[in-house]
Design a protein around this ligand. Sequence first.
Ligand SMILES: NC(=O)c1ccc[n+]([C@@H]2O[C@H](COP(=O)([O-])OP(=O)(O)OC[C@H]3O[C@@H](n4cnc5c(N)ncnc54)[C@H](OP(=O)(O)O)[C@@H]3O)[C@@H](O)[C@H]2O)c1
Length: 392
Amino acid sequence: MLFKYISRKVTVISRVHTRHVTNISIWRNDVLENALKFIQRNVEFVRIHGPTADEVTRDVNLTDKTCLITGANSGIGLEVTKCLLARGCKVLMACRNTYAANIAVKNVPCEKANLINIHEVNLTSLASVKNLSDNLQKEYKKIDIVILNAAVFGIPWTLTEDGLETAFQVNYLSQYYLLMNIEKILAPNARVVFTSSESHRNINWNMPKILSPSLEHLSIPKEEYTSIRAYNISKLCSILAMHYLGYRWLNTEKTVFCAHPGSFIKTRLCRNWWVYEALYTTMLPFSKTIRQAASTILYCATSPELSGVSAQYFKDCRRCEESDLASDMHLAFKINDITREILRERAPAFIDTFRVTDKPSASVPNVPTDVDKVQRVKENVEHDSLISSYTN
Ligand SMILES: NC(=O)c1ccc[n+]([C@@H]2O[C@H](COP(=O)([O-])OP(=O)(O)OC[C@H]3O[C@@H](n4cnc5c(N)ncnc54)[C@H](OP(=O)(O)O)[C@@H]3O)[C@@H](O)[C@H]2O)c1
């Protein structure tokens, strides 16, 4: 009896203690984070990390434009969304949780609120992506800007319902599939921006992998998995996809870019492991604010300076050389090949439009193109046929 009484008391005391300690540590974290954010805001004012989203789009008028953006309900995507709305752009927010998306934009002024359309998509499901793209094709005649921004990072190894490693599918495959499906309704001069990352540089493949990449190199099996490697591969794939699209749209006015928003930006991206959360919080005074992180994406998506230029990687609103692997046209074509193979096997009613053998579309002749780029693509295509003759 006495023993039961004492053990019940001990349990109650320990519960109260735990709650108390947890509350104190949450309070301490908030105080620390707010203090670091305060320093960061002052550093933003000093501008060592470049312009903010507002500054980059100050002279841009996006009335009559429609932009589709994935992962628009939080972090950098939300900041991009708010800035596009402020410039008069209609924004189609493609989000996993439409309730969270509604909450995220509740402070947008009413006159801009009617420019927002929220669409549900879960990027871990190709069926959900197909559903979204069917709805978009029914509801909209043209989309001018596409920003493929959603991502996950730091998650344990899991497979999606389509049997693929989650980061690979969410960060790259599903978003590329979405783009393939809505290509028909892209405006003739549409711009596509992949939110990529400098971390793509950490992938170094040997020659056999480069010559014949396979599904296991992209959707990593459990025994070879680290969350950082999976994330880096997905970001490498998005730059390679950009190069493939640059070739595909060579003689058209459609353009495609990759943008690195900045490193260690404190968003919900780091929420999956407390070590990342602590690291990103510590880096607050030394990293870009979210307003600054959105600037390169918006620059690529809207700047008139970039008309006639395509398939380039940007960082700090400036052209930047991607890694050698990421600029390899042979690999870009191979990855496009594997992507289509994966989709043919798994995606519902997949219509294979992005064939490697496709000649670049010639629907809009005499459009100014980046001469160096054209030259580079030609060289790479020659390199490609050389390699295929070598491997066949
Ligand atoms: N933060 C950085 O330091 C950093 C550095 C380099 C590059 N980037 C890139 O910047 C982009 C934006 O990231 P962020 O930092 O703003 O992170 P974030 O706040 O976590 O935003 C990621 C977005 O992706 C969405 N998403 C995740 N899984 C999804 C799924 N299965 N289906 C649909 N949507 C899904 C999230 O929706 P939920 O809210 O529903 O989860 C969220 O809206 C990412 O591409 C990231 O790789 C970030």
